[in-house]
Design a protein around this ligand. Structure first.
Ligand code: IPD
Ligand code: CA
Ligand code: CA
Length: 265
């Protein structure tokens, strides 16, 4: 394994241990509100500290952008961390969340690690080196059209201004797709697309730490990730559509009629 991936895996597993250790004391966890429907718990912070300590020890010259501790640009390398993606699930005892760690080199994702500490599933990818689930190579399954597809999505529950556009997209996709899942962790949604458990995914207004690792997993498993206009600038806009080649094109065709100016329409 690539040495930087090795370090990221070590960091993700130790953050996962922090999360699991705390999952049987949910009623005693301290939680603060960052914004509308946006919570940070002492567990998010402790998990991020584990990751930052591990990365700093190995790569003192690299920059780190953590969801909870903010950013720091240094040199060409930047680690982008979501210590607990799916905090709402975690706080409610809904066992579906993950640790997400990506390494960017001059802004381009080079490595990604997503770890589900409940199922103990590890997803990794390196640019040009493929994507794996528990060490086995992942290749996405091609779906010809949205009619045969099981799709993942996230609700714009922190972006009420996008609700009308989103509901239009949702109704349109629901009319065509086999079914839709809203599981509550964008990082795991993307990892599941890479693994072929979902055929595609879309969400409005994500952050870099939600998507950088997962998008690389999808691309390295043979899939396509863009924003809703088909542009590769999804890390900047946070608007993400992912799927295998034909499915991705079909998904964009169903989203396009609902795009507002703010979403690139
Ligand atoms: C959230 C989850 C959720 C998605 C939100 C994200 P957090 O991350 O990925 O599925 O719908 O947009 O912000 O806050 O739990 O790290
Ligand atoms: Ca997140
Ligand atoms: Ca988080």
């Amino acid at each position: 394994m690539h040495p930087m991936v090795n370090i990221a895996v070590r960091a993700a597993r130790s953050a996962g241990n922090v999360i699991v250790r705390n999952s049987d004391r949910l009623d005693r966890i301290q939680v603060e509100t960052k914004g509308a429907n946006d919570f940070v718990s002492e567990v998010d912070i402790a998990a991020e500290r584990e990751i930052v300590n591990t990365l700093r020890r190995a790569y003192p010259d690299h920059g780190i952008l953590g969801e909870e501790s903010g950013g720091e640009a240094r040199g060409d390398y930047l680690w982008v961390i979501d210590p607990l993606d799916g905090t709402t699930n975690f706080l409610h005892g809904f066992p579906h969340f993950a640790v997400s760690i990506a390494l960017l080199h001059r802004g381009v994702p080079e490595a990604g690690v997503i770890y589900d500490p409940i199922r103990q599933e590890l997803f990794t990818a390196t640019r040009g080196g493929g994507a794996t689930l528990e060490g086995r190579r992942m290749r996405m399954r091609e779906r010809r059209s949205i009619n045969d597809a099981l799709l993942g999505t996230g609700f714009p529950f922190r972006h009420p201004e996008h609700k009308p556009a989103y509901l239009g997209m949702f109704a349109d996709v629901l009319d065509s797709a086999r079914d839709i899942r809203r599981a509550g962790s964008a990082a795991l949604d993307l990892a599941y697309v890479a693994a072929g458990r979902l055929d595609g995914f879309w969400e409005i207004g994500l952050n870099r730490w939600d998507i950088a690792a997962g998008a690389l997993l999808v691309q390295e498993a043979g899939g396509i990730v863009t924003d809703f206009t088909g542009s590769p600038a999804f890390l900047e806009t946070g608007n993400v559509a992912a799927g295998s080649l034909k499915l991705h094109a079909d998904l964009l065709a169903h989203l396009r009629p609902h795009l507002t100016e703010a979403l690139g329409g």
